[in-house]
Design a binder for this molecule. Structure first.
Ligand SMILES: Nc1ncnc2c1ncn2[C@@H]1O[C@H](COP(=O)(O)OP(=O)(O)OP(=O)(O)O)[C@@H](O)[C@H]1O
Length: 233
């Protein structure tokens, strides 16, 4: 069997009395764009933080490229959190410099091309950016690394619908095809066109993992219709 780039095995995570993940097992192959789809509080951020090595599971094991998640995997995983990591005093160029110093795999040329594409200037002050513009910056920072696995937590929640198309095009254009990309979102309809595979997570459990093409052929449905059906309240 082909080795997974990201493998979760029997992962559970509890926060005091709350169980955020329950016995989560799945694998993601190399070269895939995967949608991690679930409603608010379903466990998406918790799952991503565990894959990024920023949160520790209560039970189970996670590997990236066959390595247990830890210091070794942090250098090959690029995580875009749902809340900005940059400081408000920074200008865009300071944030770029910070990433460049911190990550050996940061590609300055790629960052420059992405900033142009995103209509961001290196002299923009981060505190003056709107939520959507800030997301564009965070996405630029995350995708400018030459990582093996990219984890983007709700990357376009604050971007207006018109700009979403442009941002999705940037994601597809700037990610390298031998790496994998996991994108968490509940904006399924807007993003589903770029997914190869989707994982549905509900109350901390994986309830479906399939290729998008299979969902369309087997069920005769779009991912968005399937999502609405599974998550109907
Ligand atoms: N630090 C924490 N302490 C206690 N409970 C937490 C903590 N972080 C998350 N939780 C709980 O764990 C569950 C899963 O949260 P998580 O943030 O992973 O969900 P999510 O799918 O990313 O949600 P959203 O789409 O709203 O961002 C939620 O019920 C949440 O309240």
């Amino acid at each position: 069997m082909e080795q997974s780039l990201l493998q979760f095995q029997g992962i559970s995570k509890s926060y005091s009395s709350k169980k955020a993940l329950r016995d989560v097992t799945f694998g993601i192959g190399a070269g895939k764009i995967v949608g991690l789809l679930g409603t608010n509080g379903s466990g998406k951020t918790t799952l991503m933080k565990i894959a990024a090595g920023l949160n520790h599971p209560s039970e189970g094991s996670v590997t990236v490229a066959g390595l247990p998640v830890g210091l070794n995997t942090k250098s090959i995983v690029s995580f875009m959190p749902d809340r900005p990591l940059t400081e408000s005093w920074m200008k865009v160029k300071d944030a770029i410099g910070f990433y460049q110093d911190f990550y050996q795999d940061f590609d300055g040329n790629k960052a420059k091309r992405m900033l142009d594409f995103m209509n961001l200037s290196i002299n923009d002050r981060i505190s003056s950016l709107s939520k959507g513009m800030n997301e564009r910056l965070q996405l630029t920072l995350a995708l400018s690394r030459n990582a093996k696995l990219y984890l983007l937590d709700e990357p376009i929640g604050g971007v207006d619908p018109v700009a979403r198309t442009k941002i999705l095009d940037a994601i597809v254009e700037f990610y390298s095809e031998d790496s994998s990309l996991v994108i968490s979102t509940h904006l399924v309809r807007d993003i589903e066109r770029i997914f190869d595979e989707v994982i549905f997570i509900q109350n901390g459990e994986i309830v479906l993992q399939d290729e998008v093409e299979n969902i369309r052929i087997k069920h005769g449905k779009s991912v968005d219709d399937m999502f609405k059906e599974v998550f109907a309240e």
